[in-house]
Design a protein around this ligand. Structure first.
Ligand SMILES: Nc1nc2c(c(=O)[nH]1)N=C([C@H](O)[C@@H](O)CO)CN2
Length: 121
């Protein structure tokens, strides 16, 4: 299956379990892979026939900044759900990295894969 992807989408937001994390924004980086059939768009050369990665990127940024949560798990599940219900995507991989979280690690994070059948449209 074809794929539309977004790599290292940077969003600064309030995120984390601990009190000190609720006062200062931290950087998150999102990698998104969306399975979708791109042949209609290739034939028509029309952006309306595909998944617009710019629109998805803006939707993610808006969502992540809108309402603070504690866990990365919460964010990736929410993002997978709206991508699968609002866009023409059959399967999505959502990976989030929080590079400042663990000093001794380059980065840490969470990755999930969800399918359209996991959510009602
Ligand atoms: N699996 C997870 N582990 C941890 C998370 C998380 O969101 N998912 N969050 C934290 C803290 O907020 C951490 O980032 C502070 O350094 C710890 N572990």
């Amino acid at each position: 299956m074809d794929k539309v992807f977004i790599t290292q989408l940077h969003v600064d937001t309030i995120i984390g379990v601990y009190d000190f994390e609720k006062e200062t924004e931290q950087s998150l980086f999102f990698d998104i892979e969306m399975l979708t059939d791109i042949r209609a768009a290739a034939n028509s050369d029309d952006i309306n026939d595909t998944v617009d990665y710019a629109v998805v990127s803006e939707r993610i940024i808006k969502h992540v900044k809108a309402k603070p949560v504690e866990l990365l798990e919460t964010l990736v599940e929410q993002i997978a759900e709206f991508i699968l219900t609002e866009f023409n995507v059959t399967q999505v991989k959502v990976r989030v990295s929080k590079p400042a979280a663990v000093k001794a690690a380059v980065t840490v994070g969470v990755e999930i894969i969800r399918s359209v059948k996991d959510f009602k449209k």
